[in-house]
Design a protein around this ligand. Structure first.
Ligand code: FAD
Length: 465
């Protein structure tokens, strides 16, 4: 690749999160001169304040169940005390290890690392300002032929009286003590996952959300089954409700809801959405355009209105998931420096919600498929084998959504143990456009819950026309 020495680097990536790291690494691998600026934490949200610590906490929250369930299998186990401080310390140690891996991965790829908060001076020049990650770092000015904005997103706080008493997912991972009573506001995946975590760890949990069912946008049958599962987990759900204020009463926090009720807790967690992180970036010094809700507008090549400036990941608010940000970063680096484009099937991006039990899905919901035409629905609800002996009231729900005309499986959904692990394989089948007959001719693995996906013979209903 010919060097353009009129710029310090060929590519400057702002943000060392899921998308930025992949984009920088692949671009450097193609021979580009690459620099990355990071203001807060190497690895970004997923590693530090998202997927990874969240999943470790979900796992921590499930050990109590295993102890209880073991009794039905003949074990005389006793549940000891849970030590929050020990979990947080172990989690922090693991995250420091991952931070180190991200730094060394980038260094090995030959990427230049800059610590600081990036600000556009113009479309080809960035200045960095010191931040908490490196308060003594000297400000730097760096020019780049092309720039990728991969600054992610940040939690949104509700605009209500007393919102300052609440925390968001950014703070929850560092709480010094485990709250005994938690009120979680928001029925999206982050709210649901923390409801599961705190309930599993023994807290009293109140979950408040605006709709009649949690997880807007997911399949209705799954939402209904999740609603039941949340009840079974011992979480109190306040549906069709919103908080109007939060006040402090001694050591308590009191959340007043618009249905007139008060919820008294030790901790209020706002899980009320996230917004793209563009504040302070200096976009006004470029032609990059943002929408009213603040996401950076890009075309199908992730290019902004400013030629040579790109945006990937959560800051574009497309599908806000780590594997999607990674794929966007990879595609962009290939296109800019290898002139090839690896393709991914974004339409069949699988999703998981790590509640206990988890929910996972790929492809269309029943409602979406029915809008396209007649749809065959296959449903199966059963008690998983483990709970025949454990005695735990927990059901698994599985669902296949099949386009009647083509017989292609256009959606698969599951609420039940190991749903996320299982859905990855099903996502391959749905991405490949396999038909119901292909599922039917697949031999099951017995005895598993997963085999149900290849043994659902009888159509439950037809939807749409
Ligand atoms: P990020 O990973 O957020 O990285 C952006 C980086 O840019 C950050 O490190 C930030 O410090 C840096 N930055 C911002 N502004 C500047 C600046 N001006 N200068 C320099 N650096 C800057 N996704 C999943 O797929 N699975 C999950 O289970 C999952 N769980 C989640 C749980 C929680 C609680 C949260 C909050 C998110 C979760 N996500 C999950 C979403 C996932 O974390 C994001 O989709 C993903 O991290 C987006 O990657 P990104 O590269 O766009 O941004």
């Amino acid at each position: 690749m010919p060097e353009d020495t009129s710029y310090d680097v060929d590519l400057l990536v702002i943000g060392a999160g899921s998308g930025g790291v992949r984009c920088a690494r692949i671009a450097a691998g193609h021979g580009a001169r690459v620099a990355v600026v990071e203001s807060r934490h190497w690895g970004g949200t997923c590693v530090n304040l998202g997927c990874v610590p969240k999943k470790l906490m979900v796992q921590a929250s499930e050990y109590g169940d295993y102890v209880q369930d073991s009794h039905g299998f003949g074990w005389n186990t006793e549940q000891g005390a849970f030590d929050w401080g020990k979990l947080i310390a172990a989690k922090d140690k693991e995250i420091s290890r991952l931070n180190g891996i991200y730094v060394s991965m980038l260094e090995k790829a030959g990427v230049r690392l800059l610590t600081g908060f990036a600000h556009f001076e113009n479309a080809h020049t960035i200045v960095t300002k010191p931040t908490a990650l490196a308060p003594d770092a000297k400000p730097e000015r760096i020019t780049a032929k092309q720039i990728v904005i991969a600054t992610g997103s940040t939690p949104s706080k509700l605009d209500i009286v007393g919102a300052e008493f609440a925390i968001t997912s950014d703070e929850v991972f560092g709480l010094k003590e485990m709250p005994k009573r938690v009120c979680i506001i928001g029925g999206g995946y982050i709210g649901i996952e923390f409801a599961g975590i705190f309930a599993g760890l023994g807290a009293k949990v109140d979950l408040v959300y605006r709709q009649a069912l949690p997880l807007r946008g997911f399949d209705e049958d799954m939402r209904t089954a999740l609603h039941e599962a949340i009840d079974q987990r011992g979480v109190t759900q306040h549906v069709k409700a919103s908080p109007t204020r939060i006040r402090k009463d001694g050591d308590d926090l009191v959340v007043t809801l618009d249905n007139g009720s008060d919820v008294t807790v030790d901790c209020v967690l706002l899980a009320t959405g996230r917004h793209p992180k563009t504040a302070g970036l200096g976009l006004e010094n470029t032609r990059v355009r943002t929408t009213e809700e603040g996401r950076i507008e890009v075309d199908h090549h992730s290019e902004t209105a400013e030629p040579g400036v790109f945006a990937i990941g959560d800051v574009t608010n497309r599908l806000n998931l780590t594997p999607v940000a990674i794929a966007e970063g990879h595609i962009l680096a290939d296109r800019l420096f290898a002139h090839t484009a690896r393709s991914w099937s974004f339409d069949t991006t699988p999703k998981a919600v790590f509640f206990t039990p988890p929910l996972a899905s790929v492809g269309l919901t029943e409602e979406e498929a029915a809008e396209n035409g007649a749809t065959d629905i296959y449903l199966s609800k059963f008690r998983p084998m483990r709970h025949t002996l454990s005695g735990r009231e927990r059901r698994t729900l599985m669902k296949l959504v099949v386009d009647q005309a083509t017989q292609k499986v256009v959606g698969a959904h599951m609420l039940g143990e190991d749903a996320a692990e299982l859905m990855q394989g099903l996502a391959i089948a749905v991405t490949a456009g396999l038909r119901k007959a292909d599922f039917d001719r697949t031999i099951g693995i017995h005895p598993t819950s997963a085999e149900e996906f290849v043994t659902m013979r009888t159509r439950t209903r037809v939807r749409g026309s």
